[in-house]
Ligand binder design. Sequence first.
Ligand code: NDP
Length: 432
Amino acid sequence: MDFEKYKNEPEFKVALEEMFSSLDSSILNKKEYLDFDLFDKVIVPDRVITFDVKWVDDKGVEQTNKGYRVQFNNVNGVYKGGLRFHPSVNLSILKFLAFEQIFKNYLTTLPMGGGKGGSDFDPKGKSDEEVKRFCYAFMKELYPYIGADKDVPAGDIGVGGREIRFLYEAYKEYSGKSDCSLTGKPLDLGGSLCRTEATGFGVTYFAKEALKKYKNDSLKGKRVIVSGSGNVALYCLKKVTELGGKVVAMNDSSNAIYAPDGIDFETMRALKEDRRGRIKEYAELKDNVEVLPSREIWSVKCDVAFPCATQFELDENDAKKLIEGGCVGVFEGANMPCTIEAANLFIKNKVIYSPGKASNAGGVAVSGLEIEQNAKNEKWSFEDVDHRLSDIMSNIFNNIYACAKQLGDEYNLVKGANNYAFIGIADKMLKR
Ligand code: NDP
């Protein structure tokens, strides 16, 4: 298919190319899909909502940001996907993320469709009061379009517990309702235990399953890189460490750190979550830690890598360095952190490579469990949710591995994930 008309939406174009270049000819030539114009229909969002967000900063000056919600496809359930607050946010990025989310959510086996939203607002360097005023102004525009039976946003980059609290309080105030219109809520507002940990734990469970299947091996004793140092990266660090791996490098957008003795979870968590500090400050807290430029992270030798920061952070050159360094597995915690060229290189060299839409589905899976708990008015224990998460990740791996193998390309989990999920969504669209 030709996606040239999307050349002004480069991230979305890449997502479409990634999906369609991996689909088997039996899907691309299926008569029922062609008769229904399914390939044209599946790439157009059901609805894109854009709005201005006017809010007042601490100096009393009115500021304006752009707000968005992309409701892409609800054939598998309510629109579901995070809100991102970051200066880089634009419609191309949100369409790419919402498109990915359709298939990711299908893989979890929970009834959720695909959506994504956010703003070019940057919470970094803003006071709590400014963030609060922004969140209220954002929700004032968004609340008519969301709700438990319609569209249920969650957090993403720049939207953590603090922002979700403000957004949910604003939703209740403006709508007069208290339904499950947002997930990732703080516990006192009906959030689920283990939601904070879910994406980072989930990608690690996925890696555990994959290493066992492909190599009859585990994370024990492995040297590991986890890029980023936000929500996903922190809890990946925690679970990898618990499973016996040693995380030797992490980064943020300014610097990377190399810690040959291993990075201590609690020190890093306190630095990042409690103090919102920069990663280079870790070197002041622990001995034998080297501070590097951020992108040098991929030059560190490792057995396993978890890119958990942002899209397209790992390119073909980085992939070459990882392969030369002996890396056997790359598991995406972020959304599309590896460029297509990097991913293809991993697959060609039989490095186990998992696309984010499969291996980072733990977050949205636990969001699905949060919806279920809210609907039943129940609160499940941490262990219960964690156990369900582990089972879901293991199922996702086994389903997409079986699909890749059936297509005669055992090391191609991109093909496995895309073909498995595409057929599921396409058949539901036909039935509808
Ligand atoms: P956070 O905002 O909590 O953290 C993002 C981290 O990435 C920060 O440490 C940030 O550093 C770093 N970062 C951003 N840009 C770069 C860059 N160019 N190079 C190096 N580091 C960078 O976000 P999350 O952890 O929630 O999300 C990370 C990724 O995971 C995103 O792709 C997101 O879409 C995806 N994801 C998240 C889920 C979740 O449950 N949170 C669920 C599924 C996917 P700095 O502080 O310097 O900006």
